[in-house]
Design a protein around this ligand. Structure first.
Ligand SMILES: [Mn+2]
Length: 417
């Protein structure tokens, strides 16, 4: 079995080399299964950026621009991941961008219009996701504090499209005061002990959190000049502060802003829990980089091809995550969230061949469920199918998925119609 990203390269080589196949077209393909999988749900549409560094040398930059803080070259991946707000089930990619930087930007930040800034990706991604998520019951666009742009708050929300993000700028409020100090004047709405996920800079812990919420109206900053943009925007501010934290640990403080109305403490905690689901996109980046894809080790020569490779691998990484989520059989998700109906027919045919060769190891999951599909893909990826065995992991699913696409000749590409 070819390894990780190498097998994706071999499989998609002609596709990636075809000039008519643009990265824009591949990204459009991301959203095709997501339109159906998000129908009727409350979808958290989580966006974030990740640097994918690719090994280069001084005389062989491969056309790649800088990522991160320099001395490192590669591409930037900015995906929007659709997640079911109630179950955390990953529904697919909605929109996003993959690009490499061309030289350094020299115009001062504030002097450039929004569309000229790399930061416009947050707003462009949110806007282009709207048609992909048009069948959802409600959409909540979620992002970290990098996305705290007045234009995002003013231009993205609609009747059933909300925004939720962490406050970055201490904005002045209509009626006086500032965002980061106003919450301290509000009465305490509740206290909870919440488990806080491990991060590289801190261990997992139980934190005692106090919550306050209220309504704020932020003023349009003077430098924002988009035509037709509102002078002010009214938002709900949910402020979470850790108390009684252990010595030597930095207390948590989350200042979350949202267009959702909050009228009770339980609703405010729900906003916090939606924001916490942002960890799923971190998990997605880990899947893409570390757990078997090894995208950073690509041998593909030019930047244009590497950008397309990342876009294709992103789609495959999402499907891998969907299979990991489904493997215990507890979710009721259909295979259609990740596979087309013709691919499901291919899966049925492959399952039959396993039933004949190993009749004692049968797929325990309901036909056409996501758990059922994950069971078959894991078998293709080399898992033995015994209930007593270790459950398959991302590498097994990635290997199985690569072989599956090869078997399913009529649909050789993850994202081609
Ligand atoms: Mn970020």
């Amino acid at each position: 079995m070819a390894d990780g990203v190498r097998s994706i390269e071999v499989q998609f080589n002609r596709f990636i080399g075809n000039d008519r196949v643009t990265v824009g077209r591949i990204i459009e393909g991301w959203g095709e299964p997501t339109f159906a999988s998000s129908a009727g749900r409350h979808v958290l549409a989580i966006q974030d950026t990740s640097n994918i560094s690719i090994r280069t040398t001084d005389d062989r930059r491969r056309g790649l621009g800088e990522v991160g803080k320099g001395h490192s070259y590669g591409v930037l991946l900015h995906p929007m991941l659709a997640v079911d707000a109630e179950t955390g089930c990953c529904l697919g990619l909605a929109s996003g961008d993959v690009w490499t930087r061309k030289g350094r930007v020299t115009t001062p930040h504030g002097k450039r219009k929004l569309s000229e800034k790399e930061s416009s990706r947050w707003i462009d991604t949110a806007k282009s996701a709207k048609s992909v998520l048009a069948a959802a019951k409600t959409v909540t666009m979620v992002a970290d504090r990098e996305a705290d742009f007045f234009a995002l708050w003013a231009l993205v929300p609609e009747r059933n499209v909300h925004v939720l993000g962490r406050v970055h700028y201490n904005r002045p409020l209509v009626g006086g005061g500032h965002l980061t100090s106003v919450a301290a004047t509000w009465e305490l709405a509740g206290t909870r002990h919440v488990s806080v996920r491990e991060r590289p800079d801190r261990p997992e812990r139980i934190a005692e959190l106090q919550i306050r919420y209220g309504t704020v109206t932020i003023k349009r900053p003077r430098k924002v000049r988009e035509p037709g943009i509102a002078k002010q925007v009214t938002l709900t501010l949910v402020d979470v502060t850790e108390v009684n934290h252990a010595d030597g640990t930095e207390p948590l403080h989350w200042s979350l802003a949202t267009t959702h109305l909050v009228d009770s403490a339980s609703k405010a905690w729900e906003i916090v829990s939606w924001y916490q689901m942002r960890w799923i996109i971190e998990q997605f980046f880990r899947t893409l980089k570390a757990q078997g894809f090894r995208i950073e080790q690509t041998q593909l020569w030019t930047a244009g091809r590497i950008v397309k490779l990342v876009a294709i691998a992103a789609h495959a990484a999402v499907i891998t995550m969907q299979m990991v989520q489904a493997r215990d059989g507890k979710s009721a998700e259909p295979a259609l969230i990740a596979f087309s109906s013709t691919q499901i027919s291919t899966l049925s045919a492959i399952e039959k061949s396993y039933l004949e060769s190993t009749p004692t190891r049968q797929n325990p999951h309901a036909h056409s469920s996501m758990a059922w599909a994950a069971w078959i893909i894991a078998r293709i990826g080399g898992w033995d199918g015994y209930r007593s065995s270790r459950p398959p992991g991302p590498i097994t699913y990635r290997n199985g998925l690569n072989s599956f696409y090869q078997i399913h000749r009529g649909l050789r590409l993850v994202c081609m119609p």
